[in-house]
Design a protein around this ligand. Sequence first.
Ligand SMILES: Cc1cc2nc3c(=O)[nH]c(=O)nc-3n(C[C@H](O)[C@H](O)[C@H](O)COP(=O)(O)OP(=O)(O)OC[C@H]3O[C@@H](n4cnc5c(N)ncnc54)[C@H](O)[C@@H]3O)c2cc1C
Length: 428
Amino acid sequence: MLVLGAGLAGISAALALGGGYRLVERESRPGGLCRTDVRDGFAFDATGHWLHLRDPDTRALAHEVLPGGWLTVQRRAAIRSHGVFTGYPYQVNTYGLPPAVAAENVLGFVAAQLGEAGAELRQRVPRNFEEYVLRHLGEGFARNFMFPYNEKLWTVPPAELTIEWMGRFVPRPTLEQVVRGALGLEGDAEGYNATFLYPREGGIETFVRALVARLPRTPECGVHPVSIDPIRKVARLSTGEEVRYRAVISTAPLPDMVDLVGGAPAAVREASRLLRAATVTYVNVAARDVGAPSWHWTYLPEPGFRAYRVGSASAAVSSLAPPGFRSFYVELSGRQPVPPAEAGRAALDALLSLGMIESPEDVKFAEVRTIPQAYVIHDFVYGSARAAVREWLGERDILVAGRSGSWEYSSMEDALLGGRQAARLLKR
Ligand SMILES: Cc1cc2nc3c(=O)[nH]c(=O)nc-3n(C[C@H](O)[C@H](O)[C@H](O)COP(=O)(O)OP(=O)(O)OC[C@H]3O[C@@H](n4cnc5c(N)ncnc54)[C@H](O)[C@@H]3O)c2cc1C
């Protein structure tokens, strides 16, 4: 068996296979999106990487590989708009906003649920994300948070997005929660990620290392296939070696596989070309601790901020920065990487404007990083294009798993589950 990519999905697949595999990883060490960069006592994940486990098996696995090695952290997340911080989720925490804005949110919600304005949308299933928001949250929440934030993140207007992707990611409150939230009465324990796990020592890569230590055969790093012949079932590796395989589990980005595996028909190549994703450029910032609010992350819906989110991993887990310092990540989305100088400026502007630093001199160092294909875009061709590519690969005994492999918006736990599921399918 040949497994491509030693991120969580590939590692999980290898664990479930239990042997008889080659696991090759293009980069110099395993982990994929779950690698941690360490510099001068600061540990930076690829932006926030907080573990939310809902499946009993993955929970058991996490505790088995890192016994006693987890912290449980209560989320402290905020939204910054109109010059104030309000709690996340926005929908149930509008107290503190200018009263006119809070009123617009609440009245819009009431109109969507009960009023004449929302009647048409209440009769039918929303056709896209824009309609979904208007139907379930109303015009105020749409205008003041959901539309501008999501357009920044996904890089396309909400009407171009389907509603399948959101699942547990977009909380839908009750009228009571909205009203109590506007009056300052609602707690903050709403949403899919109210608490999360994080390794006690090091960054999220500690979890990767603990999983890798359980593998019967270590990943081969700095190696990737340069071609795959699905008829002869031979992969040629970047080392020049030819590997015979029975099946492949790929966690490499789905469109890459069409280029790698020869002979795709025009329809599959076209489907692959239609798969779109937003690229995240992020800036790791090491800074003096000026006693700013210790939000773990803050959403930035307003166009005045180029970034869509600012987080501070050390606010959640203090060991991630040396005493007297804080670590931040500032995230920007686009169809292309943001040029480093522009990203750096946007990060500085955001941190100063939020009061996270008092002057540019508070910054000890900053580093710009890019995640290509960070958020796959769930537009209206997504479903059929993805299915066409996956089916074509599947017919050639190439199964896909993981976030980029399956081409989906999903979490670390989903990657673990997806890798395991692919391996189990092959074992059967
Ligand atoms: C900005 C951001 C924030 C996130 N925050 C969270 C969070 O807080 N909580 C959470 O649960 N999830 C979060 N996630 C999601 C989480 O990171 C992923 O779901 C998970 O890490 C995906 O694992 P994976 O193995 O599928 O993919 P990856 O981690 O991308 O691993 C794929 C691996 O394959 C390798 N590879 C690629 N091509 C080849 C090739 N041709 N040959 C060999 N190797 C190859 C890559 O180098 C990589 O190591 C976040 C994701 C992003 C982008």
